[in-house]
Design a binder for this molecule. Structure first.
Ligand code: ATP
Length: 362
Protein backbone atom coordinates (compact mmCIF):
# COMPACT_ATOMS: atom_id res chain seq x y z
CA UNK A 1 0.00 0.00 0.00
CA UNK A 2 1.42 3.28 -1.15
CA UNK A 3 1.12 7.01 -0.47
CA UNK A 4 1.72 9.52 -3.25
CA UNK A 5 3.02 12.83 -1.89
CA UNK A 6 3.35 15.97 -4.02
CA UNK A 7 5.27 18.86 -2.43
CA UNK A 8 5.37 22.20 -4.22
CA UNK A 9 5.15 20.51 -7.63
CA UNK A 10 5.69 22.95 -10.49
CA UNK A 11 5.68 22.72 -14.30
CA UNK A 12 6.31 25.41 -16.89
CA UNK A 13 5.80 25.31 -20.65
CA UNK A 14 7.66 28.42 -21.81
CA UNK A 15 5.76 31.32 -20.25
CA UNK A 16 2.84 29.17 -19.13
CA UNK A 17 3.03 27.93 -15.57
CA UNK A 18 0.74 24.91 -15.97
CA UNK A 19 1.21 23.56 -12.42
CA UNK A 20 2.09 25.98 -9.62
CA UNK A 21 3.41 24.63 -6.38
CA UNK A 22 0.88 21.86 -5.84
CA UNK A 23 0.91 20.17 -2.43
CA UNK A 24 -1.17 17.03 -2.21
CA UNK A 25 -1.11 13.73 -0.35
CA UNK A 26 -2.95 10.78 -1.82
CA UNK A 27 -3.17 8.12 0.87
CA UNK A 28 -2.61 4.47 0.35
CA UNK A 29 -5.65 2.84 -1.27
CA UNK A 30 -7.33 6.18 -1.81
CA UNK A 31 -9.22 6.99 -5.03
CA UNK A 32 -8.31 10.60 -5.78
CA UNK A 33 -10.07 12.48 -8.59
CA UNK A 34 -8.62 15.64 -10.16
CA UNK A 35 -11.20 18.04 -11.61
CA UNK A 36 -11.16 21.62 -12.84
CA UNK A 37 -11.86 23.69 -15.93
CA UNK A 38 -10.13 23.01 -19.21
CA UNK A 39 -6.46 24.02 -19.10
CA UNK A 40 -6.19 24.04 -15.28
CA UNK A 41 -3.33 21.53 -15.34
CA UNK A 42 -5.03 18.20 -14.51
CA UNK A 43 -3.42 16.15 -17.26
CA UNK A 44 -0.04 17.81 -16.79
CA UNK A 45 -0.08 16.94 -13.09
CA UNK A 46 -0.99 13.33 -13.85
CA UNK A 47 1.71 13.07 -16.50
CA UNK A 48 4.28 14.44 -14.03
CA UNK A 49 3.36 11.65 -11.61
CA UNK A 50 3.62 9.12 -14.45
CA UNK A 51 7.02 10.48 -15.46
CA UNK A 52 5.83 11.59 -18.90
CA UNK A 53 6.54 15.26 -18.07
CA UNK A 54 9.65 16.46 -16.34
CA UNK A 55 9.20 18.10 -12.95
CA UNK A 56 10.51 21.71 -12.91
CA UNK A 57 10.20 22.29 -9.18
CA UNK A 58 9.14 20.57 -5.98
CA UNK A 59 9.19 16.89 -5.17
CA UNK A 60 7.19 13.81 -6.03
CA UNK A 61 7.41 10.86 -3.64
CA UNK A 62 5.77 7.47 -4.08
CA UNK A 63 5.91 5.03 -1.21
CA UNK A 64 8.31 7.32 0.63
CA UNK A 65 10.82 7.46 -2.24
CA UNK A 66 11.70 10.55 -4.30
CA UNK A 67 10.63 9.92 -7.89
CA UNK A 68 11.63 13.12 -9.75
CA UNK A 69 14.53 11.48 -11.57
CA UNK A 70 13.16 7.93 -11.73
CA UNK A 71 12.25 6.52 -15.16
CA UNK A 72 8.50 6.08 -15.82
CA UNK A 73 8.80 2.29 -16.01
CA UNK A 74 10.46 2.17 -12.58
CA UNK A 75 7.94 4.29 -10.69
CA UNK A 76 5.46 1.48 -10.06
CA UNK A 77 2.65 3.37 -11.81
CA UNK A 78 0.41 2.36 -14.71
CA UNK A 79 -1.56 4.83 -16.76
CA UNK A 80 -4.84 4.34 -18.62
CA UNK A 81 -5.41 6.87 -21.39
CA UNK A 82 -8.58 8.33 -22.89
CA UNK A 83 -7.45 7.13 -26.32
CA UNK A 84 -6.84 3.54 -25.03
CA UNK A 85 -3.48 3.59 -26.88
CA UNK A 86 -3.70 -0.08 -27.90
CA UNK A 87 -1.41 -1.54 -30.56
CA UNK A 88 -3.73 -2.16 -33.55
CA UNK A 89 -1.75 -5.06 -35.03
CA UNK A 90 -1.60 -7.05 -31.78
CA UNK A 91 -4.29 -9.27 -30.29
CA UNK A 92 -5.86 -8.37 -26.96
CA UNK A 93 -3.65 -10.97 -25.29
CA UNK A 94 -0.46 -9.54 -26.78
CA UNK A 95 -1.54 -5.97 -25.99
CA UNK A 96 -1.96 -6.93 -22.36
CA UNK A 97 1.25 -8.96 -22.26
CA UNK A 98 3.45 -6.44 -24.08
CA UNK A 99 4.64 -4.34 -21.13
CA UNK A 100 5.49 -7.44 -19.10
CA UNK A 101 7.40 -8.92 -22.01
CA UNK A 102 9.48 -5.74 -22.31
CA UNK A 103 10.23 -6.05 -18.60
CA UNK A 104 11.42 -9.62 -19.28
CA UNK A 105 8.80 -11.20 -17.05
CA UNK A 106 8.69 -15.02 -17.23
CA UNK A 107 6.22 -16.35 -19.83
CA UNK A 108 4.29 -18.34 -17.22
CA UNK A 109 3.83 -15.30 -15.01
CA UNK A 110 2.68 -13.24 -18.00
CA UNK A 111 0.12 -15.87 -18.96
CA UNK A 112 -1.18 -16.12 -15.41
CA UNK A 113 -1.53 -12.36 -15.01
CA UNK A 114 -3.13 -11.75 -18.43
CA UNK A 115 -5.71 -14.49 -17.89
CA UNK A 116 -6.46 -13.35 -14.35
CA UNK A 117 -6.95 -9.72 -15.47
CA UNK A 118 -9.10 -10.88 -18.39
CA UNK A 119 -11.28 -12.83 -15.95
CA UNK A 120 -11.62 -9.82 -13.68
CA UNK A 121 -12.64 -7.63 -16.62
CA UNK A 122 -14.78 -10.30 -18.28
CA UNK A 123 -12.89 -10.21 -21.56
CA UNK A 124 -11.59 -13.78 -21.54
CA UNK A 125 -13.37 -14.60 -24.79
CA UNK A 126 -11.82 -11.59 -26.55
CA UNK A 127 -8.16 -12.45 -26.04
CA UNK A 128 -7.57 -13.46 -29.68
CA UNK A 129 -9.24 -10.42 -31.23
CA UNK A 130 -7.54 -7.29 -32.48
CA UNK A 131 -8.58 -3.84 -31.18
CA UNK A 132 -10.53 -2.97 -34.36
CA UNK A 133 -12.79 -5.96 -33.67
CA UNK A 134 -13.81 -4.55 -30.27
CA UNK A 135 -16.39 -2.03 -29.10
CA UNK A 136 -15.25 1.15 -27.32
CA UNK A 137 -16.11 -0.30 -23.91
CA UNK A 138 -14.22 -3.52 -24.66
CA UNK A 139 -11.16 -1.56 -25.82
CA UNK A 140 -11.18 0.46 -22.63
CA UNK A 141 -11.38 -2.77 -20.64
CA UNK A 142 -8.31 -4.04 -22.48
CA UNK A 143 -6.51 -0.78 -21.70
CA UNK A 144 -7.38 -1.19 -18.02
CA UNK A 145 -6.31 -4.85 -18.19
CA UNK A 146 -2.95 -3.81 -19.57
CA UNK A 147 -2.52 -1.57 -16.53
CA UNK A 148 -3.64 -4.28 -14.08
CA UNK A 149 -1.18 -6.94 -15.29
CA UNK A 150 1.73 -4.72 -14.36
CA UNK A 151 0.50 -4.83 -10.76
CA UNK A 152 1.29 -1.17 -10.25
CA UNK A 153 1.48 0.51 -6.88
CA UNK A 154 -0.55 3.38 -8.30
CA UNK A 155 -3.13 3.51 -11.11
CA UNK A 156 -3.30 6.73 -13.10
CA UNK A 157 -6.37 7.38 -15.26
CA UNK A 158 -6.56 10.24 -17.77
CA UNK A 159 -10.25 10.70 -18.66
CA UNK A 160 -10.58 6.99 -19.42
CA UNK A 161 -14.30 7.07 -20.16
CA UNK A 162 -14.61 10.22 -22.29
CA UNK A 163 -14.78 8.36 -25.59
CA UNK A 164 -17.67 6.14 -24.53
CA UNK A 165 -21.38 6.81 -25.00
CA UNK A 166 -23.50 7.77 -21.99
CA UNK A 167 -24.80 4.35 -20.96
CA UNK A 168 -21.43 2.65 -21.38
CA UNK A 169 -19.81 5.37 -19.29
CA UNK A 170 -22.17 4.58 -16.43
CA UNK A 171 -21.43 0.87 -16.72
CA UNK A 172 -17.64 1.33 -16.91
CA UNK A 173 -17.77 3.79 -14.02
CA UNK A 174 -19.34 1.09 -11.86
CA UNK A 175 -16.78 -1.43 -13.05
CA UNK A 176 -13.91 0.88 -12.15
CA UNK A 177 -15.45 1.45 -8.71
CA UNK A 178 -15.79 -2.32 -8.14
CA UNK A 179 -12.30 -2.97 -9.46
CA UNK A 180 -10.84 -0.39 -7.13
CA UNK A 181 -12.65 -1.92 -4.19
CA UNK A 182 -11.33 -5.37 -5.13
CA UNK A 183 -7.73 -4.35 -5.81
CA UNK A 184 -7.57 -1.74 -3.05
CA UNK A 185 -4.79 0.10 -4.89
CA UNK A 186 -4.08 3.81 -4.89
CA UNK A 187 -5.67 5.59 -7.88
CA UNK A 188 -5.43 9.10 -9.31
CA UNK A 189 -8.08 9.87 -11.90
CA UNK A 190 -8.61 12.91 -14.13
CA UNK A 191 -12.10 13.67 -15.41
CA UNK A 192 -14.38 16.41 -16.70
CA UNK A 193 -17.40 14.51 -15.51
CA UNK A 194 -18.92 15.64 -12.21
CA UNK A 195 -20.80 12.44 -11.63
CA UNK A 196 -17.66 10.38 -12.10
CA UNK A 197 -15.85 12.64 -9.65
CA UNK A 198 -18.60 12.56 -7.02
CA UNK A 199 -19.24 8.81 -7.26
CA UNK A 200 -15.73 7.42 -7.64
CA UNK A 201 -13.68 9.67 -5.40
CA UNK A 202 -12.64 9.23 -1.81
CA UNK A 203 -11.00 12.58 -2.33
CA UNK A 204 -11.75 15.24 -4.96
CA UNK A 205 -9.09 17.82 -5.81
CA UNK A 206 -10.42 20.96 -7.51
CA UNK A 207 -7.71 22.62 -9.57
CA UNK A 208 -7.78 26.16 -10.94
CA UNK A 209 -4.99 27.67 -13.04
CA UNK A 210 -2.42 25.18 -11.82
CA UNK A 211 -3.21 25.43 -8.11
CA UNK A 212 -5.39 23.47 -5.71
CA UNK A 213 -8.55 25.38 -4.74
CA UNK A 214 -9.71 22.68 -2.34
CA UNK A 215 -9.22 18.97 -1.69
CA UNK A 216 -11.47 16.77 0.38
CA UNK A 217 -14.27 14.21 0.51
CA UNK A 218 -16.87 14.76 -2.25
CA UNK A 219 -19.73 15.66 0.10
CA UNK A 220 -17.55 18.00 2.15
CA UNK A 221 -16.65 19.94 -0.98
CA UNK A 222 -20.25 19.94 -2.14
CA UNK A 223 -21.72 21.06 1.17
CA UNK A 224 -18.88 23.16 2.53
CA UNK A 225 -16.93 24.59 -0.40
CA UNK A 226 -14.15 26.92 0.74
CA UNK A 227 -14.95 29.47 -1.92
CA UNK A 228 -17.20 30.50 -4.79
CA UNK A 229 -14.99 28.78 -7.35
CA UNK A 230 -15.48 25.35 -5.78
CA UNK A 231 -19.16 26.04 -5.01
CA UNK A 232 -19.91 26.87 -8.64
CA UNK A 233 -17.66 24.20 -10.14
CA UNK A 234 -19.37 21.30 -8.35
CA UNK A 235 -23.08 20.71 -8.89
CA UNK A 236 -25.30 20.57 -11.92
CA UNK A 237 -27.31 22.67 -12.46
CA UNK A 238 -24.97 25.17 -10.91
CA UNK A 239 -25.51 26.61 -7.43
CA UNK A 240 -27.73 29.71 -7.41
CA UNK A 241 -26.02 32.93 -6.38
CA UNK A 242 -27.85 36.00 -5.17
CA UNK A 243 -26.15 39.20 -4.04
CA UNK A 244 -27.39 40.14 -0.57
CA UNK A 245 -26.80 42.68 2.19
CA UNK A 246 -26.51 42.08 5.89
CA UNK A 247 -27.68 44.98 8.08
CA UNK A 248 -27.67 45.43 11.86
CA UNK A 249 -31.49 45.02 12.12
CA UNK A 250 -33.84 46.00 14.94
CA UNK A 251 -32.91 43.56 17.66
CA UNK A 252 -29.88 41.44 18.33
CA UNK A 253 -30.34 39.54 15.08
CA UNK A 254 -28.91 41.09 11.91
CA UNK A 255 -31.24 41.15 8.91
CA UNK A 256 -30.47 39.77 5.55
CA UNK A 257 -31.73 41.45 2.36
CA UNK A 258 -32.15 39.86 -1.04
CA UNK A 259 -33.72 42.48 -3.30
CA UNK A 260 -36.78 43.66 -1.37
CA UNK A 261 -37.07 40.55 0.73
CA UNK A 262 -35.81 40.80 4.28
CA UNK A 263 -35.20 37.98 6.69
CA UNK A 264 -33.16 37.24 9.75
CA UNK A 265 -29.61 36.14 9.33
CA UNK A 266 -29.29 32.75 11.00
CA UNK A 267 -27.42 33.20 14.26
CA UNK A 268 -24.94 30.58 13.10
CA UNK A 269 -23.35 33.01 10.63
CA UNK A 270 -20.84 35.63 11.67
CA UNK A 271 -21.82 38.63 9.49
CA UNK A 272 -18.97 40.20 7.52
CA UNK A 273 -17.89 43.69 8.52
CA UNK A 274 -18.89 45.34 5.22
CA UNK A 275 -22.28 43.61 5.03
CA UNK A 276 -21.87 42.62 1.36
CA UNK A 277 -22.38 38.92 0.82
CA UNK A 278 -23.28 36.45 -1.89
CA UNK A 279 -25.95 33.94 -0.96
CA UNK A 280 -25.48 30.50 -2.49
CA UNK A 281 -28.22 27.89 -2.49
CA UNK A 282 -28.30 24.72 -4.57
CA UNK A 283 -31.27 24.08 -6.89
CA UNK A 284 -32.32 20.93 -4.99
CA UNK A 285 -32.33 22.77 -1.65
CA UNK A 286 -35.03 25.25 -2.62
CA UNK A 287 -38.61 24.44 -1.61
CA UNK A 288 -41.56 25.73 -3.59
CA UNK A 289 -44.73 27.04 -1.94
CA UNK A 290 -47.56 29.37 -2.86
CA UNK A 291 -46.50 33.01 -2.97
CA UNK A 292 -46.73 34.60 0.45
CA UNK A 293 -47.16 31.36 2.42
CA UNK A 294 -44.04 30.50 4.37
CA UNK A 295 -41.98 31.79 1.47
CA UNK A 296 -38.83 33.85 1.72
CA UNK A 297 -38.97 35.06 -1.86
CA UNK A 298 -41.31 35.13 -4.84
CA UNK A 299 -40.06 33.71 -8.09
CA UNK A 300 -41.57 34.29 -11.52
CA UNK A 301 -41.15 31.11 -13.55
CA UNK A 302 -40.11 31.69 -17.15
CA UNK A 303 -39.22 28.16 -18.26
CA UNK A 304 -39.97 24.65 -17.04
CA UNK A 305 -37.61 21.85 -18.08
CA UNK A 306 -38.94 18.32 -17.66
CA UNK A 307 -36.32 15.82 -16.47
CA UNK A 308 -38.67 12.92 -15.84
CA UNK A 309 -37.88 12.42 -12.17
CA UNK A 310 -38.14 16.16 -11.47
CA UNK A 311 -38.55 19.49 -13.16
CA UNK A 312 -36.13 22.37 -13.40
CA UNK A 313 -37.90 25.66 -12.85
CA UNK A 314 -36.02 28.61 -14.30
CA UNK A 315 -37.14 31.99 -13.11
CA UNK A 316 -36.28 35.35 -11.62
CA UNK A 317 -36.50 36.80 -8.13
CA UNK A 318 -35.84 40.14 -6.51
CA UNK A 319 -34.16 42.55 -8.92
CA UNK A 320 -34.22 40.23 -11.89
CA UNK A 321 -31.80 37.72 -10.39
CA UNK A 322 -32.14 34.42 -12.20
CA UNK A 323 -32.58 31.22 -10.26
CA UNK A 324 -32.97 27.50 -10.96
CA UNK A 325 -35.04 25.25 -8.73
CA UNK A 326 -34.99 21.48 -8.93
CA UNK A 327 -38.59 20.61 -8.18
CA UNK A 328 -39.59 17.03 -7.49
CA UNK A 329 -43.13 17.55 -6.18
CA UNK A 330 -44.87 17.51 -9.54
CA UNK A 331 -47.52 20.11 -8.77
CA UNK A 332 -48.73 22.12 -11.71
CA UNK A 333 -46.19 24.83 -12.35
CA UNK A 334 -46.00 26.47 -15.76
CA UNK A 335 -44.08 29.28 -17.38
CA UNK A 336 -45.59 32.62 -16.33
CA UNK A 337 -46.58 31.39 -12.82
CA UNK A 338 -45.41 33.02 -9.63
CA UNK A 339 -44.34 30.69 -6.85
CA UNK A 340 -42.98 31.22 -3.38
CA UNK A 341 -39.58 29.79 -2.63
CA UNK A 342 -37.68 29.23 0.57
CA UNK A 343 -34.71 27.35 1.95
CA UNK A 344 -33.42 26.18 5.30
CA UNK A 345 -30.63 27.86 7.21
CA UNK A 346 -28.45 24.79 6.91
CA UNK A 347 -28.64 24.90 3.11
CA UNK A 348 -27.55 28.53 2.83
CA UNK A 349 -23.96 29.25 1.88
CA UNK A 350 -22.68 32.78 2.34
CA UNK A 351 -19.58 34.15 0.66
CA UNK A 352 -17.75 37.40 1.35
CA UNK A 353 -16.80 39.83 -1.38
CA UNK A 354 -13.53 37.99 -1.99
CA UNK A 355 -15.48 34.81 -2.68
CA UNK A 356 -14.49 33.06 0.55
CA UNK A 357 -17.19 31.13 2.36
CA UNK A 358 -18.27 32.62 5.67
CA UNK A 359 -18.12 29.80 8.22
CA UNK A 360 -21.41 28.42 9.34
CA UNK A 361 -21.74 26.76 12.73
CA UNK A 362 -24.77 24.52 13.00
P1 ATP B 1 -8.20 19.74 -20.36
O1 ATP B 1 -9.28 19.54 -19.34
O2 ATP B 1 -8.61 20.67 -21.46
O3 ATP B 1 -7.60 18.46 -20.84
P2 ATP B 1 -6.12 20.15 -18.38
O4 ATP B 1 -6.67 20.68 -17.11
O5 ATP B 1 -5.78 18.70 -18.43
O6 ATP B 1 -7.06 20.56 -19.60
P3 ATP B 1 -3.39 20.59 -19.20
O7 ATP B 1 -3.51 19.78 -20.44
O8 ATP B 1 -2.68 20.01 -18.06
O9 ATP B 1 -4.85 21.04 -18.70
O10 ATP B 1 -2.75 21.99 -19.59
C1 ATP B 1 -2.43 22.97 -18.62
C2 ATP B 1 -1.85 24.18 -19.33
O11 ATP B 1 -0.57 23.86 -19.87
C3 ATP B 1 -2.67 24.70 -20.49
O12 ATP B 1 -2.57 26.10 -20.51
C4 ATP B 1 -2.00 24.09 -21.70
O13 ATP B 1 -2.20 24.89 -22.84
C5 ATP B 1 -0.55 24.06 -21.27
N1 ATP B 1 0.18 22.93 -21.88
C6 ATP B 1 -0.04 21.63 -21.67
N2 ATP B 1 0.83 20.85 -22.36
C7 ATP B 1 1.65 21.71 -23.02
C8 ATP B 1 2.78 21.56 -23.90
N3 ATP B 1 3.24 20.35 -24.20
N4 ATP B 1 3.35 22.67 -24.37
C9 ATP B 1 2.90 23.89 -24.04
N5 ATP B 1 1.87 24.12 -23.21
C10 ATP B 1 1.24 23.06 -22.72
Amino acid sequence: MVDVVLSGLTKRFGDVEAVRGVDLTVRSGEFCVLVGPSGCGKSTLLRMIAGLEEIDGGELAIDGRRMNEVRPADRGVSMVFQSYALYPHMTVYRNMAFGLKLARTAAETIDERVRSAARTLQIEDLLDRRPRELSGGQRQRVAIGRAIVRQPKVFLFDEPLSNLDASLRVQMRLEIARLHRRLGSTAIYVTHDQTEAMTLADKIVVLNQGTVEQAGAPLDLYRRPDNLFVATFLGSPRINLLPARVEPGQGAMPTFHVGDAVFSLPASFAPPADGEVMLGVRPEHIRVTHPGTDADLTMRVDLVEELGEAQLLHGTVAEGQSLIVRYAERADVAAGDEVGIGFSDEDMLLFDKDGRRIPHEL
